[in-house]
Design a protein around this ligand. Structure first.
Ligand code: FAD
Length: 418
């Protein structure tokens, strides 16, 4: 533990985008920080997302009208949403809360809370990127969603109006305007929406490793190890125990362990509702098409993103827990569907990946102090938008740890809301 002459020591569990942003902000403010992860930085879910700084995405995943789409999706084993039925008994409590979050009033509340974070996202992301002096990480501007039919476009209108009501408008465009924006897409889409203010990074993994390198250059430490226990004394956490039996002492502890964080929070007496929404991607190095922005295929819920390594086709939600092996048929089917968007897409030789989105039922992350331990903090549960909100989370958590307060009201993000 710290003596009066040594700076307080913070351990962060998790070296994904969220943990590394917390580490980076704290280190910049002079804190002695060690990040612990069983993987190298950025090798969890943060490795393979599709790189969207998705600043408009305040609507929860569960919205009014979703229930009418779910049966059709579930009938299709390779549709946008799948449940592994053997996992259903374990999933049920989360699923019930997820469906409850889609009631109109609740979705309104969630979006308003999310907006208090998203309003800072572009600025916080931009200020880390400019501080890193790595302009090559910045990719293309904006994003467009495409729809086969006007009926599909209309089915999403409530969720887009919700974004607009919270200050994040998306602009409707006609099929002809879509072709002007993206000349290589199929000419017969009925309508689309331009997501204002988005941008993409050229590779989300390189974003994390660049932050990690900067953190280490500035005196931060990263250890590759698995945390198996949190050491507690009275109302404080005093350290963590690693799988090899080593004990590491700390003055503050931050849990940023992505989809595994509920196991760690349980050690602190918080039973948070967290599931993994398993997602897939294929990265194609020689795609034969050059999207000038991210393109989301609205009815199928996946995106096609330009990256420095080619293009990445990614999305899908598979509810099947942390342990089941990947089912790469889900990645392959996204590539097949991407040919509907880009008929000229060459699909040979893609690399496939599966990652665990850390998902709460109400789509809001869990941010703030642990319920029973004043020096333990949570920073996890960012679901589909962890890349977007990582830098804001890092800043907010650093403020909370060091100043005891932040510019965001953290009540809607509390661990004991479930
Ligand atoms: C297909 C797909 C596309 C996506 N697209 C986007 C997008 O365009 N924009 C966007 O904003 N978001 C996107 N996301 C979501 C985003 O990738 C995640 O929200 C984000 O990566 C979560 O970051 P994290 O740091 O919380 O978790 P992770 O990156 O998973 O990091 C958590 C780390 O904690 C470690 N850990 C956990 N427990 C322990 C332990 N006990 N001991 C040691 N280490 C431990 C893990 O090893 C892991 O490395 C997408 C996700 C997917 C799957």
């Amino acid at each position: 533990m710290t003596t009066p002459n040594t700076p307080p020591r913070t351990i962060i569990i998790g070296a994904g985008i969220v943990g590394m942003c917390c580490a980076w902000h704290l280190r910049r403010r002079g804190v002695d920080v060690e990040v612990v992860d069983r993987l190298d930085p950025g090798m969890g879910c943060s490795f393979g997302n599709i790189g969207g700084i998705a600043v408009t995405e305040v609507a929860p995943m569960s919205v009014p009208g979703l229930l009418t789409k779910v049966p059709g999706w579930l009938m299709d084993p390779l549709g946008p949403l799948t449940v592994r039925w053997s996992y259903l008994p374990k999933l049920a409590p989360w699923l019930i809360r997820f469906l409850a979050a889609g009631r109109e009033k609740e979705a309104e509340r969630i979006a308003a809370a999310a907006a208090t974070l998203f309003q800072h996202a572009a600025c916080d992301f931009g200020s880390i990127l400019s501080d890193l002096k790595a302009p090559e990480l910045l990719g293309k501007d904006s994003c467009v969603a495409v729809y086969d039919t006007k009926a599909q476009f209309d089915a999403d209108t409530w969720a887009y109006d919700l974004r607009a009501r919270n200050g994040f408008p998306c602009t409707p465009v006609s099929g002809a305007e879509l072709v002007d924006l993206e000349p290589e897409i199929a000419p017969d889409f009925a309508a689309g929406r331009v997501y204002e203010g988005w941008y993409n990074v050229t590779d989300p993994y390189h974003v994390v490793t660049t932050i990690a390198e900067d953190f280490v250059r500035n005196g931060g430490h990263i250890r590759k190890a698995e945390v198996v226990d949190v050491i507690r004394e009275g109302g404080l956490t005093t350290g963590v125990r690693l799988a090899d039996g080593t004990e590491m002492a700390c003055d503050n502890l931050i849990i940023a362990g992505g989809a595994w964080s509920h196991n760690l929070a349980r050690m602190l007496g918080d039973n948070v509702s967290l599931e993994t929404e398993r997602g897939y991607h294929t990265t194609i190095t020689d795609p034969g098409v050059s999207p000038s922005r991210e393109v989301v295929y609205g009815p199928q819920g996946f995106g096609i993103s330009p990256m420095d390594s080619g293009i990445r086709v990614g999305g899908s939600v598979e509810l099947g827990g942390l342990d089941a092996p990947p089912d790469y048929k889900r990645a392959k089917v996204l590539v097949e569907k991407a040919k509907r968007v880009y008929p000229g897409l060459r699909t040979a030789g893609g690399s496939e990946w599966m990652g665990h989105r850390p998902a709460t039922p109400d789509s809001l992350p869990i941010l703030g102090r642990a319920s029973n331990f004043g020096n333990a903090f949570y920073a996890f549960g960012h679901g589909h938008v962890g890349l977007t909100l990582g830098p804001t989370t890092g800043r907010v958590i650093a403020d909370l740890v060091l100043d005891g307060q932040t510019d965001v009201d953290l009540a809607p993000f509390s661990a004991n809301r479930f």
